[in-house]
Design a protein around this ligand. Sequence first.
Ligand SMILES: O=P(O)(O)OP(=O)(O)OP(=O)(O)OC[C@H]1O[C@@H](n2cnc3c(O)ncnc32)[C@H](O)[C@@H]1O
Ligand SMILES: [Mg+2]
Length: 421
Amino acid sequence: MRVLATTTNPLKAQRLQELLRPLGWQVISLAEQQVPIPEVPHLSPLDSALVRAAAAAKASGIPAIADESVFELQVNGKLEHYSMHFGPWNTALERNLRLLERLRGLPIERRGARFITVMALAQPSGALEVFQGETAGLILQRMENQGGIGYDPLFFVTEASKTLADMTPEEREAVSPWRRAVERLVEAQQASKPRLQPSMPAAQPEAKPEPPPPQPTPMRVLVATSNAGKFKELREGLAPLGWQLFSLLDYPFKLPHEDGSTFEDNAMLKAAFATKQVGIPALADDSGLEVEALQGEPGVYSARYGGKSSDTERNLYLLDRLRHVKGEERRAKFVAVLVLAYPDGHLEAYRGEAHGLILEAPRGEGGFGYDPLFYVPEAGKTFAEMSLEEKAHYSHRGKALRALLEAHRNGPPPREIVVLE
Ligand SMILES: O=P(O)(O)OP(=O)(O)OP(=O)(O)OC[C@H]1O[C@@H](n2cnc3c(O)ncnc32)[C@H](O)[C@@H]1O
Ligand SMILES: [Mg+2]
């Protein structure tokens, strides 16, 4: 069965797909099927999830899922809800200071709060189901850990005895109300269907290995991209640094409109915005294809070339633009600029380029974007015909990543060396 998830975040859609796999559901996101979803401000989280799921199911004709997460707490006997969208304050730090101010003087025993996700499943017929996940905790009296994300440094999770800001992405997901709401949805669907008996005996628990020696805390970095293909390459490429990587799946907010005129401008725009949102360093990637015969088109417009909304359509559009250009004249290069932005405003930038030819028809199933059209003569293959490692060897992103790795070989580079602005 196909279900529509009312998110444009492909990382979130992908994670949902993994978690719903036991049901055999195929998740599609708003990125693949565009349907109008009403923006209704001032609704409770429950109403908001219901309204969005119902609208999506009705418009698409298939079941739809929508979720909404908030912090809920009692202030002077009244329930209040706080979300990433709370107030006109733009940064995580500002929002956290406001919340602290709001609760000033409240003793710790009155600072109990719940982190709640409401997940609505709507059928085109109008039938609705709601699943709720919850995590109980306390809003601390001060921020212990400045480097947290969103409300994370203030939310002390009772069962884990630490704040969300002190958790790894895996720990955070494990206690997240979102994950719990998805699990309830899965259980409920399974309960209404005959169960398959497991055919294998359950595995015996293995003897516990020795706990590893304590490691220095790795740098926490948000990889600020909504492109799942890029995220995969960035995660692989950054692995040697041992950073703790978060994604827009952990912190779903929209990246700003990319209106810069260079890859550098756009990467800075995205990274600087993201680090402000979350309060930890953020890495953004702005990239694109420059075709010589088209005077550098699509360039910074690569993600929206010809106003087309899918990779396939953009590839066809590019082929059409190049229909009179032959052989060696179809030279092109890919460019990637990585910007790592720190919460204090400091930036580092790394650039990588890859040269090749645009084929006359797509080749290969791997990669993403323009990969099936981008032929690397040296390798005798398109990017889409390469493994992840092989692509990283030749690609713009691989080169930019290696420059970053080199600069960070002995920890963050001295600030005098790579500073933009
Ligand atoms: O901005 P974010 O959220 O990171 O994701 P995006 O897809 O919008 O990314 P860009 O704004 O940097 O646009 C770059 C576009 O260029 C294309 N592109 C970049 N790197 C590529 C690669 O390695 N292989 C194929 N296409 C690539 C691809 O179509 C991207 O959508
Ligand atoms: Mg983009």
